[in-house]
Design a protein around this ligand. Structure first.
Ligand SMILES: Cc1cc2nc3c(=O)[nH]c(=O)nc-3n(C[C@H](O)[C@H](O)[C@H](O)COP(=O)(O)OP(=O)(O)OC[C@H]3O[C@@H](n4cnc5c(N)ncnc54)[C@H](O)[C@@H]3O)c2cc1C
Length: 516
């Protein structure tokens, strides 16, 4: 076989593509992994809030358009490992109820074509692969689950005290399931304050490069090409099969063939790739007979919050260990789901100033406040995230603008439920003795792309879904889409582990059918 023909081409190396590569590598099939970005270098800037948050050193250098046609820089990253290099590594299973129809205040969260029990064995494997540390028993929403492969990361002393107080309020705080490698051990995770949104300088965060791509490319049959942007998928004359991908690498465009194609570009870019691959046989985009490619984009409603105590310095370095799921399925004054509350990594002064600089008080811009004031602030704060499910809406969608740029139309929904969750979080922080201002909402319209999902939905009916339950396109027999695109609903927990679990399931399916 030449380097122009492979058994499998995987496009993208994030939670979907990196996991696929890892799972298919032992089959011996000739696999080409194409990644538009490069390797994130291990360097001092990895842990520099200034580099990561002010200079946006690792962000995608690209402009997308919002619903009003205004350009913005998306919060996304291109490189080996995709967005998992920057994730907080909170690796949750969806709740069992998330797989069924769930009534929300603002509409219905639709059922998945598979149930929890179908995905459970793959969740087990994904947790082992991504070295998830957690504990069963405390979380009232935990689906049936054997022991985690690794014990939970212990709470730092301040968080341990908060957990006890929360229990005293009658709540059920639980350990966040975390993908970190050998925490506290020599050569392992040092439990530092730069995890969420920072790449790990010592490779001790479980991301798709470290846990997926690197072990995959150790197999002689797997080739990784970086700086390789897939522009289009090319089909046979009947439009039933993808015969090749068109790749742009170092200014050169070439065509590479494969028997099986796996698109894992992330929910927005996979939709863009299919839309850009329109032909006479697929006039509205490849695999788009349903008209759903790009539609039903979801991204979670998420609000970062800080409890502040002027007289008490927060000495916890790694505080991202606590979840409160008591309001996941209903709220104190709501029969509808509100979502999840998680403790977060420490906010750095540079991050807080970045947000504060944009605030106004009448004619006064908060930009006048110096960094040291934010340092005083964040040193006395404890950080939380309130996260609510948003619902699939066809008008929230990815399209391609006439000039070729991605256009993302997104108007948040289920906002009342989210406001209730934020109010509940504030009430809890106040009971704990904090002031609880809401520091910033990163569900700010179209710019919140971190938890993007839902643009190429899976299901049984080709009229109401693009992919079958194994993520194969209904319209194109050798095309699989394995990334956050397939989600019929966003649930209210972090998406990464579910993407990885489904990737393992799809990999088994592809391997069973034969790859050559
Ligand atoms: C700051 C941050 C924190 C997060 N925290 C968490 C968390 O704690 N827990 C959690 O579960 N999730 C978290 N997430 C979300 C999580 O990272 C994503 O859900 C997950 O990475 C999505 O996986 P994916 O495979 O769909 O896409 P990605 O991980 O985005 O991977 C897509 C890959 O495809 C490549 N690509 C795109 N287009 C092309 C093309 N045309 N040709 C070639 N390559 C292409 C990209 O460069 C990228 O490598 C976080 C995200 C961010 C940004």
């Amino acid at each position: 076989m030449s380097d122009r023909h492979y058994d499998v081409i995987i496009i993208g190396t994030g939670a979907g593509g990196g996991t696929m590569a890892h799972a298919l590598a032992p089959t011996g099939a000739r696999i080409l992994v194409l990644e538009r970005g490069g390797r994130v270098p291990r360097e001092a800037e990895n842990w520099s809030p200034e580099a990561v948050w002010r200079r946006l050193r690792y962000r995608a250098v690209e402009e997308w358009l919002d619903a009003d046609g205004q350009p913005f820089t998306p919060y996304t990253h291109y490189g080996v490992g995709g967005n998992t290099k920057f994730w907080g590594s909170v690796l949750y299973r969806l709740r069992r109820e998330d797989f069924g129809v769930l009534e929300h205040a603002d509409g219905v969260s639709p059922a998945w074509p598979i149930d929890y029990e179908t995905l459970a064995p793959y969740y087990d494997r994904a947790e082992a692969m991504y070295e998830v540390h957690g504990a069963v028993g405390d979380d009232p929403t935990e689906p049936p689950h054997g022991p985690y492969p690794f014990p939970p990361v212990p709470h730092a002393s301040g968080m341990a005290a908060i957990v006890e107080r929360l229990r005293g309020f009658g709540l059920h705080p639980s350990h966040l399931p975390l993908g970190v490698r050998r925490p506290g051990e020599p050569g392992g995770c040092v439990l530092c304050g730069t995890c969420n949104s920072f790449p790990c300088r010592i490779g001790a965060k479980s991301d798709a490069e470290v846990c997926g791509v690197d072990p995959a490319v150790a197999h002689a049959n797997v080739t990784l090409r970086t700086g390789a942007l897939v522009r289009r998928l090319l089909t046979d004359p009947a439009g039933r099969r993808v015969v090749a991908v068109e790749v742009e690498e170092g200014g050169r465009v070439e065509r590479i063939e494969a028997a099986t194609i796996v698109a894992s570009c992330g929910a927005i870019n996979s939709a863009a790739l299919l839309l850009r691959s329109a032909t006479d046989k697929h006039p509205h985009g490849l695999a788009n007979s349903s008209g759903l490619v790009g539609r039903n984009y979801m991204a979670h409603l998420a609000t970062m919050m800080q409890g502040f105590q002027p007289w008490r310095v927060n000495r916890d370095v790694f505080q991202k260990t606590v979840a409160i799921n008591d309001f996941y399925l209903s709220g104190p004054d709501s029969k509808y789901p509100l979502g999840q509350i998680q403790s977060q990594g420490r906010t750095h002064a540079t991050m807080a100033k970045g947000v504060g600089d944009a605030w106004r008080w009448g004619p006064i811009r908060w930009k006048i406040l110096p960094l040291w004031m934010y340092e005083m602030w964040v040193a006395r704060a404890v950080d939380w995230l309130a996260m609510t499910e948003d619902l699939p809406r066809p008008e929230n969608r990815v399209t391609i603008a006439p000039d070729g740029r991605v256009r993302l139309e997104y108007r948040p929904n289920n906002v009342v439920a989210h406001k209730k969750l934020v109010a509940e979080t504030r009430r809890l922080l106040e009971r704990l003795g904090y002031w609880s201002p809401e520091v910033f909402a990163h569900s700010a319209g179209a710019k919140n792309t971190t938890h993007q999902c839902g643009t190429i939905v899976f299901g049984r009916d080709p009229r109401t879904s693009v992919l079958d339950p194994f993520c194969r396109a209904h319209d194109v027999e050798n095309l699989f889409v394995v990334d956050a695109s397939f989600f019929p609903s966003s649930a209210a927990v972090n998406p990464g582990l579910t993407i990885a679990a489904q990737a393992l399931r799809v990999a088994d399916h592809i391997a069973d059918k034969g790859l050559r």
